[in-house]
Design a binder for this molecule. Structure first.
Ligand SMILES: NC(=O)C1=CN([C@@H]2O[C@H](COP(=O)(O)OP(=O)(O)OC[C@H]3O[C@@H](n4cnc5c(N)ncnc54)[C@H](OP(=O)(O)O)[C@@H]3O)[C@@H](O)[C@H]2O)C=CC1
Ligand SMILES: CC(=O)N[C@@H](CCC(=O)OP(=O)(O)O)C(=O)O
Length: 346
């Protein structure tokens, strides 16, 4: 059995990990942390939890937890995650970090966008970007996996194959993305209270969202050139889900069949990426609760722009499901264990 800890288990991504790992036959959750709920049993805080009901929340004390576990999931805010990751790695524990701390390869870019000094830039180069469909071989050998952001997962999966095949003009890319509110985490914020979110739909962090450099880093690597993108995020009054609509001008002579062929070629054997048939487009309700990224596309023949629509559940493929997928790869398990659920539709 692989023994794991979840640091930050009272948050949305930590709870989602418990939901997924409850169905994992090869994993034992031996430690869950919360500073606020330390000393209480999971069932005292979350009465719906059955499998791990009697596990007691403990403080995120690395010295105490590390000797009992093989791998830790960090479900805490950036900054706190990096320091904790370093301590676990030094204690010989593998780390899957769901925060943004090790996604950007350049610590200066991190500092510019996150407006804070990186706590341990010296270990950034150990980290592998945890997008299994692109970095599976590197993830197998890694002890530190930087789980991708939710918006980057939804944006990168459809665009990377099109760039690798040279079918779209990199500088023309626009990503227009919408997220449910759980993407912002479980701690209270004024902009997230019911009356502020219900019956509303707004853009936020326009031209300054923290996921922009993460998306650019990976798109630049796929294209083999340096370029910027437009990326706009919106908050939708629903609990889960991201729908990203990406636009890009296609190169001369490129057809819709070429675009579809690039995506099918990249993903026909992938268990968690589904490319829809012509005329079909994904909805967030089609992926709710699943580890799927579903993609639909159309080439607008009037404007010669590809319109690519992708949907994920931000808490599953956008966070905890992808983290379990990465854990399965790192541990040598079958990649799909505990992740083959059907969508909760409607
Ligand atoms: N929500 C989402 O859709 C996604 C989130 N992420 C990232 O995953 C991480 C977790 O997100 P999410 O679950 O939404 O966050 P939440 O705010 O819902 O939960 C945060 C958890 O971390 C604990 N925590 C907070 N601060 C600290 C700290 N300084 N040290 C130790 N523990 C701490 C909290 O418990 P306590 O305070 O009691 O210790 C709580 O259990 C974040 O980095 C987030 O950006 C990534 C992709 C998607
Ligand atoms: C709806 C909403 O607010 N979403 C969050 C998603 C952030 C996230 O997942 O952040 P990390 O990069 O730290 O993992 C946001 O836009 O900031």
């Amino acid at each position: 059995m692989l023994k794991v800890a979840i640091v930050g288990a009272t948050g949305y991504t930590g709870l989602e990990l418990l939901r997924i790992l409850a169905n994992h036959p090869e994993v034992e959750v031996v430690s869950v942390t919360s500073r606020e709920k330390a000393g209480q049993k999971i069932k005292d805080v979350f009465p719906f939890e059955a499998r791990f009901a009697d596990l007691v929340f403990e403080k995120p004390d690395v010295e105490n937890i590390a000797p009992r576990v093989d791998l830790v999931f960090l479900c805490v805010p950036h900054g706190a995650a990096a320091i904790t990751a370093k301590a676990f790695l030094e204690a010989g524990v593998k780390v899957i970090d769901l925060s943004a701390d090790f996604r950007l390869k350049d610590s200066q870019v991190y500092e510019n966008w996150y407006k804070t000094t990186h706590p341990c830039p010296e270990i950034i180069e150990q980290a592998v970007y945890g997008l299994p469909e692109v970095y599976r071989e590197e993830i197998k050998k890694s002890s530190l996996v930087a789980n991708p952001g939710c918006y980057p997962t939804a944006s990168l999966l459809p665009l990377i194959p099109l760039l690798k095949e040279g079918l779209i003009e990199p500088q023309s890319i626009i990503i227009d993305a919408k997220s449910g509110v759980s993407g912002a985490g479980r701690s209270a914020k004024l902009r997230l209270i019911f009356c502020e979110v219900n019956e509303d739909f707004c853009a936020y962090n326009v031209a300054m969202h923290r996921h922009t450099p993460e998306i650019e880093q990976e798109l630049n690597l796929a294209a083999g050139s340096s370029f910027s993108i437009n990326f706009t995020t919106h908050l939708v009054p629903m609990s889960r889900g991201i729908l990203a609509t990406s636009y890009a001008s296609v190169k001369e002579g490129v057809t819709e069949k070429d675009l579809r062929g690039a995506l099918s070629g990249a993903y026909s054997k992938e268990p968690f990426v589904k490319v829809l048939e012509e005329g079909q487009y994904p909805q967030t309700a089609h992926v709710k609760g699943t580890n799927l990224c579903v993609i639909g596309l159309k080439l607008d023949s009037r404007t010669r722009r590809a319109i690519i629509i992708s949907a994920i559940d931000n808490l599953v493929k956008g966070a905890s499901g992808q983290a379990v997928q990465n854990m399965n790869i790192m541990a040598g398990f079958s990649e799909t264990i505990a992740l083959e659920t059907r969508p909760l539709f409607p």
